[in-house]
Write a protein that binds this ligand. Structure first.
Ligand SMILES: *Cc1c(COP(=O)(O)O)cnc(C)c1O
Length: 304
């Protein structure tokens, strides 16, 4: 049995009203580790377990690390997560709660990641947070579930960090005969690595991440994500942090679910940038979730 849950699919009265069209929410915020990431990471971890790996290593202090820790616990495989000093206590504690070991190393993700790679041996699987075909195939189940539910849609809105979710949704559309359905790819200012690459016409690395939406904080998207943006109907939308945080607060009131600004970015397209949805009648938003923000943190961001 897969490690992810089949999540609810809801028509949202409030988002439909706010955006002037029918909006459907795929509620992956309700996955046990708090985000969609368990779909792909769960599939990858199961694959590696079947192939005899006896330890998982991750270098994500965010939702990917939490998902690997959860998968390891479910599969009874030990997990080590290497994170930089900047990782919040909350994130470290969520990883430890799943029984994984947390190693703090270095000032940045790059340094933590180098240390993680040193810890990989023949019996260890390194689980990348977004750039792995095993992950994409797992993320594609989002679209399988929507199609199986019989809900039709004419556009998909999702958030982009490194582009694993984008690659997975594109695969899901393709394997359900929906390759032509447009994807609206939301990022925040200061984390808009896909937008930068699209604009430059080549894979581009941001000098730094300056958005609070740290789960979107890949400085460069994967080659695959860039190719998808070049060859499929993908529209890049960039919202500011304020719009993303406001969307988090609104969806908390409207749907009683707390998500990170990384997810707020996608919701903000419908709440406050509905002009970008012109021409679409039934929009599917992937509510990707995220476990690393608290209510107090969202309120502090909103007040700042
Ligand atoms: C990882 C993550 C994203 C971005 O996913 P990518 O596959 O890196 O593009 C968006 N939102 C949340 C909550 C995440 O954890």
């Amino acid at each position: 049995m897969a490690l992810h849950l089949e999540t609810p699919l809801l028509e949202s009265p409030s988002l439909s009203l706010a955006s002037g069209r029918s909006v459907w929410l795929k509620m992956d915020a309700l996955q046990p580790p708090g985000s969609f990431k368990i779909r792909g990471i769960g599939a990858a971890c199961e694959h590696h377990a079947r192939n005899g790996k006896r330890r998982f290593v991750s270098s994500s202090g965010g939702n990917a690390g939490i998902a690997v820790a959860y998968a390891g616990r479910r599969l009874s495989i030990p997990v080590s997560v290497f994170v930089p000093q900047t990782t919040t206590e909350r994130a470290k504690s969520l990883i430890r709660q799943e029984g994984a070991e947390v190693f703090v190393h270095g000032a940045s993700w790059q340094e933590a990641n180098e240390r993680a790679l040193e810890a990989v041996d023949a019996e260890t699987a390194f689980i990348h947070p977004f750039d792995d075909p095993l992950l994409w195939t797992g993320h594609a189940t989002i679209i399988d579930e929507v199609v199986n539910a019989g809900v039709a849609f004419d556009a998909v809105v999702l958030s982009v960090g490194g582009g694993g979710l984008l690659a997975g949704v594109a695969e899901g559309l393709d394997r359900n005969g929906l390759k032509g359905v447009p994807i609206i790819a939301a990022e925040t200012e200061g984390a808009a690595s896909l937008a930068a690459s699209v604009k430059a016409g080549k894979l581009t690395e941001l000098p730094a991440i300056t958005s609070i939406a740290t789960s979107l904080g890949a400085r460069k998207v994967s080659q695959r994500a860039f190719e998808i943006a070049q060859t499929l109907p993908v529209e890049s939308v960039v919202v500011d942090d304020r719009a993303a945080v406001n969307a988090c607060m609104r969806v908390l009131d409207d749907h009683r679910v707390l998500v990170e600004p990384a997810c707020g970015a996608a919701l903000a397209v419908a709440y406050s940038h509905a002009d970008r949805l012109a021409g679409y009648e039934r929009v599917l938003i992937v509510v990707c979730g995220g476990a690393t923000a608290s209510l107090a943190q969202l309120q502090a961001w909103q007040a700042s």
